[in-house]
Design a protein around this ligand. Structure first.
Ligand code: URA
Length: 209
């Protein structure tokens, strides 16, 4: 069963509150995407395994800890996920980054892959798929299916805002994937937008509307 972790940290709630306002500028919105992604990532990496290493402080030898194994790979779903990835890279600068691009087939309404580029050793890494808005869950589920079809198994999903409909679909289709959510909203409207939400995350990050 998926773990669904909804952040209750005051900093995250405060920053998401500013993001929701329609008067928030593109620059401020973009900075907040990056900051909130970093804060969510802090929680999402809580259970990463550590290895002991011997080091020398200026005074003595001691045992310190480092993240064990092949480390991480961040996979933003284009285009809105890109800025979340940038924020997380501030925290984990050595992570590798893969990209997945999906568009919606207007007849079937299902997501179709148009771009996928991953590190060659992605299947040995802990993968963090990022997309600001988990709305219907279609893109997130399709991106994760695509990764699994390439033999990747250690997958987490991070978003800023989720609708219950998206959480249900994602966790039913991928019960092995833990989901980290900045805020869980009420529902989707008839156009697939999250309410109360924050509008179109990609447009607000890039100022395209
Ligand atoms: N994508 C967005 O950017 N916003 C929503 O509300 C839903 C999907």
């Amino acid at each position: 069963m998926s773990k669904v972790i909804i952040m209750d940290h005051p900093l995250i709630q405060h920053k998401i509150g500013i993001m929701r306002r329609k008067t928030t500028s593109t620059k401020e919105f973009r900075d907040l995407v990056s900051e909130v992604a970093m804060l969510i990532c802090y929680e999402a990496t809580r259970e990463l395994p550590l290895a002991d290493i011997e080091i020398e402080t200026p005074l003595v030898k001691t045992i310190a800890h480092e993240i064990a194994g092949k480390k991480l790979c961040i996979v933003p779903i284009l285009r809105a996920g890109l800025h979340m990835a940038d924020g997380i890279l501030n925290l984990i600068p050595n992570a590798k980054v893969g990209h997945i691009g999906l568009y919606r087939n207007e007849e079937t309404l299902e997501p179709v892959e148009y771009f996928c580029k991953l590190p060659v050793d992605a299947d040995e890494r802990e993968i963090f798929v990022v997309d600001p808005m988990l709305a219907t869950g279609g893109s997130a589920s399709a991106a994760i299916t695509l990764l699994k079809n390439k033999g990747i198994s250690k997958i987490h999903f991070l978003c800023l805002i989720a609708a219950p409909e998206g959480v249900k679909r994602l966790t039913e289709l991928h019960p092995d994937v833990d989901v980290y959510i900045g805020a869980l909203d009420e529902r989707l409207n008839e156009h697939g937008y999250i309410l109360p939400g924050l509008g179109d995350a990609g447009d607000r990050i890039y100022g395209t509307k």
